[in-house]
Design a protein around this ligand. Structure first.
Ligand code: G3P
Ligand code: MG
Length: 403
């Protein structure tokens, strides 16, 4: 006799589409919060005329703090809860390098913050330029370590350490010293300070969290970013060696970051479903079998669908799309959310944001706002699918387009 368990899956009022936001120039300008962003978050959290919640994540090229700290800061500024899982910073995908390199030099940010972030990702031996300067202040003439720097720095003998990779995590706070150390290592034998390679191909790999040449702060004009440091280092390397520097890049518009963002988005959406199932006391959705009957809130059976399938709400009056999909493999049933139907990416920098959203997947819809790097009246190098004033206009545009 087939045991039948009745499980009711009612409609989660969660949109099938999603948002992805850039931070600097869209949500923030330097230390200031752009007021339209607070209103935009209210709309996403259900305060819209369709009474629907829209999933969202943040993809910034910025960094220099743990994702949890960034999430806390954004929650406070935007008057809503943003979780660390919703945040991708330029250096977040560098997690994937753990296990490949044992000794890394992490560049950028204040004091030990980036060291701590790298260690929290799982990197074992993390060094900073401050450690190098403490080891031998003559490495960078004209720069004296502050008392704070001396406390933050580790005691390390760099004549005995072989740096495997240089990871530029965040904006350099000291270009002169950082460039000197980075160049020395790139030109070294096996990443050991004080050595020189004759062939210039024995140094460590170098990775940048992003390549933004300029970025929007609370100053009138855009400021040079990590991409400018990258250009500068490559120029010095070329001048010194006559060769092109091989650089590994993360951040927008790189594909690796796009893949990472999609993974995060899928995970976030699956989390929404899991939460819902928990409310229905289904602790392990994978333990469901064909012996269980799933019905929707209209009493219809939604079992035995042999392919991944999403379906729309029958009652189209409020046009809510049911985000649930059911996959039946042999006698196993898995509940999944299909990928977001459209991801609206809101950014201010054509070269990184619009290029990022346009390059990798046709279901991403790029929106350029005028609160950051892009200046009204100019022609953006990469053409957005839509252009508007600020992030609130962007959210309104997307919600209206969907309903
Ligand atoms: O350093 C951060 C900056 O280059 C850009 O940040 O949020 O606009 O991607 P964001
Ligand atoms: Mg930006």
């Amino acid at each position: 006799i087939r045991r039948k368990k009745k499980v009711v899956i009612d409609h989660e009022r969660v949109a099938s589409y999603a948002f992805c936001f850039d931070i600097d120039g869209v949500i923030l300008r330097g230390p200031d919060t752009i007021p339209a962003a607070i209103e935009a978050m209210k709309l996403l959290n259900g305060e819209n005329k369709y009474n629907i919640k829209v999933p969202s994540i943040f993809v910034t090229n910025g960094g220099g703090k743990p994702e949890a700290v960034r999430a806390q800061d954004l929650s406070k500024r935007l008057h809503c809860t943003i979780t660390p899982e919703q945040i991708i910073q330029g250096h977040t995908p560098m997690k994937d390098l753990v296990g490949i390199y044992s000794n890394v030099l992490v560049v950028g940010g204040i004091g030990n913050v980036c060291r701590n972030v790298a260690e929290s990702y799982g990197f074992k031996n993390v060094y900073t330029p401050l450690d190098v300067l403490k080891w031998n202040p003559a490495v960078s003439p004209y720069h004296d370590l502050s008392e704070e720097d001396k406390v933050a720095a580790k005691d390390v003998d760099f004549s005995k350490v072989s740096i495997d990779a240089i990871l530029v995590f965040a904006d350099s706070r000291n270009w002169a010293a950082d460039q000197q150390i980075i160049l020395e290592l790139l030109l070294s034998k096996n990443g050991v300070m004080g050595t020189e390679s004759k062939t210039y191909d024995e140094g460590p790999q170098i990775y940048f969290a992003h390549s933004d040449f300029i970025w929007a702060t609370n100053y009138k004009l855009s400021r040079y970013g990590m991409g400018a440091l990258q250009v500068s280092i490559a120029a010095l390397y070329r001048e010194h060696t006559g060769k092109e520097l091989k650089v590994n890049r993360f951040g927008k518009p790189q594909k690796g970051t796009f893949k990472f963002a999609n993974k995060v988005l899928t995970h976030w959406r699956q989390g929404v479903l899991d939460e819902h199932l928990k409310k229905l006391s289904i602790s392990d959705p994978n333990a469901l079998t064909e012996a269980d009957i799933l019905i929707n809130d209209e009493g219809e059976e939604i079992i035995n669908q042999n392919k991944l399938e999403s379906y729309d709400d029958d009652d189209s009056s409020d046009d809510i799309k049911e985000p649930l999909a059911i996959v039946t493999k042999k006698d196993k049933i898995t509940l999944e959310l299909p990928p977001a139907s459209t991801v609206y990416f809101v950014g201010d920098t054509p070269e990184s944001d619009i290029r990022f959203a346009n390059s990798h997947d046709a279901s991403w819809h790029s929106i350029l706002v005028k609160t950051g790097v892009y200046q009204e009246g100019t022609v953006p190098k990469y053409t957005p699918k839509h252009m508007c004033g600020n992030v609130l206009d962007a959210v309104n545009y997307a919600i209206e387009r969907e309903h």
